[in-house]
Design a protein around this ligand. Structure first.
Ligand code: NAP
Length: 272
């Protein structure tokens, strides 16, 4: 058994994605969503250990607390001080962060984009942005510019990219090969009140750029619509979700993962 912990978690696509992978692999495993309130991730991981649960995906608001509650972590998780994937084996819990690798896999699949030698702008400096910033720098981007409402947070996030990271502004968007939107702007929260506010000036977007939005509900956000109208290549947020889930299943089962089956499952249900 595996699962996902978060709050809220009822509309999570993770169990659907995991279960599609298990079906395709012919494994008699099941994934379920566990609603775990803020502050209770460490208790959930004690339960995971006691119950012998093989894997947990960790989502908002637990990624930082889970980092402190596992026995061991990967280097990526250590750098981010956050964990989104826990693997249980022989009574030990190992924490990893698969968001950045999932994002790079989604970019490669949707746009054939390789960050090596590229100039990248990331809008946002929260947990998702930090995973993307680190992954872009590790993949050889020549510049990772962080644009965020709160500058102090942007500084901490840009430091993850080392010498290629810096804090920037909306002025940097026009010169970027890749623009990543990693704030909740544009997300439909299910109350029909999706924000139309754009995180960047759409006039700065143009053909030749790749614009990736981490928001996946709706599939086409206001930013992606604006980018498409200006000829940029667009990448929606669903790919990052699917590919980080595929990496989690691979860690838990040790099997190579049927990503296409997970994509089919993701597309079978409107995202929430
Ligand atoms: P987070 O840690 O709460 O960070 C939110 C970021 O957005 C912060 O940089 C914050 O700026 C900024 N922000 C929030 N409201 C804003 C506003 N009204 N105007 C400008 N900036 C604003 O959240 P997160 O976990 O990084 O998630 C960010 C987004 O990515 C969410 O929409 C989430 O659903 C999505 N996401 C997608 C995936 C995927 O697999 N596709 C994975 C993870 C997250 P301040 O620092 O100034 O507060």
């Amino acid at each position: 058994m595996v699962g996902v912990i978060g709050d809220p978690i009822a509309h999570s696509l993770s169990p659907l994605l995991h279960n599609a992978a298990f079906d395709a692999l012919g494994l008699d495993w099941v994934s379920v969503a566990f609603p775990v309130p803020a502050g209770a991730a460490d208790a959930a991981l004690i339960g995971m250990r006691a119950l012998g649960i093989a894997g947990l995906s960790v989502t908002m608001p637990h990624k930082e607390q889970a980092f402190g509650a596992v026995d061991d972590t990967t280097e990526v998780a250590r750098r981010l001080q956050a964990v989104n994937c826990v693997t249980g084996r022989d009574g030990m819990l190992r924490g990893d962060s698969t968001d950045g690798a999932g994002f790079l896999a989604a970019l490669a699949r949707a746009a054939g984009f390789d960050p090596a030698g590229k100039r990248c702008v990331v809008v946002g400096a929260g947990g998702a942005a930090r995973a993307v910033i680190l992954a872009l720098a590790e993949a050889g981007a020549v510049e990772v510019v962080v644009v965020n409402r709160t500058v102090a947070r942007a500084e901490r996030a840009a430091a993850l990219a080392g010498t290629v990271g810096r804090v920037g502004s909306g002025e940097d968007v026009a010169g970027a090969d890749l623009v990543v939107q990693a704030t909740p702007l544009g997300m439909d929260r299910g109350d029909g009140a999706a924000s139309d506010a754009l995180p960047v000036d759409p006039g700065a977007l143009h053909a030749g750029q790749v614009v990736a939005d981490l928001v996946y509900h709706p599939a086409e956000t206001p930013l992606l619509r604006a980018a498409q109208e200006r000829g940029a290549r667009c990448v929606g947020g669903l790919g990052m979700l699917v590919h980080q889930a595929a990496l989690a299943v691979q860690r838990w089962t040790g099997r190579s993962v049927p990503v296409e089956a997970m994509w089919a499952a993701a597309r079978s249900r409107p995202t929430q």
